[in-house]
Design a protein around this ligand. Structure first.
Ligand code: FMN
Length: 222
């Protein structure tokens, strides 16, 4: 059964005035995935409604055989990490809603990433030739209040997507696709209204891209 793991990390509402763009666009993707047929299942993990606790033991960064001698992680933290890994490993496609907060990814999403980047389990390590998610697709939907166009002074200031590309792509071996919507604040803040037309166009394009990619990936997962 083609299965989607859908993560959201925006602190904005899912709908109504001031709705989160990333939540709206991931919802479009998940809706198109479901419409592909009853066999296309979805597990939605809302990292804001149900925030994960920080990873507080460095031993949990490693697969059990690679942990430092004498380490004994908290069983509850270990069980939670095992559940998050199980959810990820069960997914044919991963969908991640990732707003830009203070030029970085939301801390709630970072905690999830800290739990699933585990050398020896999800990524290879000398003596542990494992990369179980290699070749699967991760779709990152990112939304940014400002603009970060090539050639502008802030071109390199968006540090939300790069760690996801490195961890999900380079380390876990997933095929990372990114859907971006920028200038979102210009639809809300009067002083930034000059960018509103661009924001609306990017938002509409992002919805279309999300629906088309969901249909493509749902078809490929059968
Ligand atoms: C805590 C916080 C920090 C933010 N920091 C940035 C930032 O560094 N750069 C930026 O362009 N927009 C920033 N924004 C604006 C958001 O990126 C923008 O509202 C975006 O649309 C949020 O995603 P969402 O629509 O999915 O909620 C910030 C918003 C919040 C709430």
């Amino acid at each position: 059964m083609p299965h989607l793991l859908h993560l959201d990390s925006s602190i904005g509402p899912a709908s109504g005035p001031g709705a989160s763009r990333s939540r709206e666009i991931t919802a479009t993707f998940a809706g198109a995935w479901r419409e592909a047929g009853a066999q296309h299942t979805v597990h939605h993990r809302d990292l804001v409604a149900e925030p994960l606790p920080h990873l507080l033991d460095p031993a949990l960064h490693w697969a059990p055989p690679l942990r430092p001698a004498g380490s004994s992680p908290d069983p509850a933290a270990e069980a939670l990490q095992a559940r998050l890994l199980e959810e990820l490993l069960a997914a044919d496609v991963l969908l991640v809603g990732c707003p830009l907060y203070n030029y970085s990814l939301p801390s709630t999403l970072k905690v999830w990433l800290d739990n699933v980047h585990v050398p020896g389990t999800t990524t290879a390590f000398p003596g542990h030739d494992t990369q179980p998610l290699a070749g699967r697709t991760a779709v990152v939907v990112t939304s940014r209040g400002g603009t970060y166009d090539p050639g502008t002074p802030t071109a390199d200031w968006d540090h939300a997507v790069p760690p996801l590309r490195i961890v999900l792509g380079d380390a876990l071996g997933m095929d990372v696709r990114v859907i971006t919507t920028s200038a979102t604040l210009s639809e809300e803040v009067e002083a930034l209204a000059a960018g509103a037309e661009r924001a609306r166009a990017e938002r509409a394009a992002a919805h279309e891209q999300a629906a088309a990619l969901a249909r493509e990936l749902a078809g490929a997962s059968l």
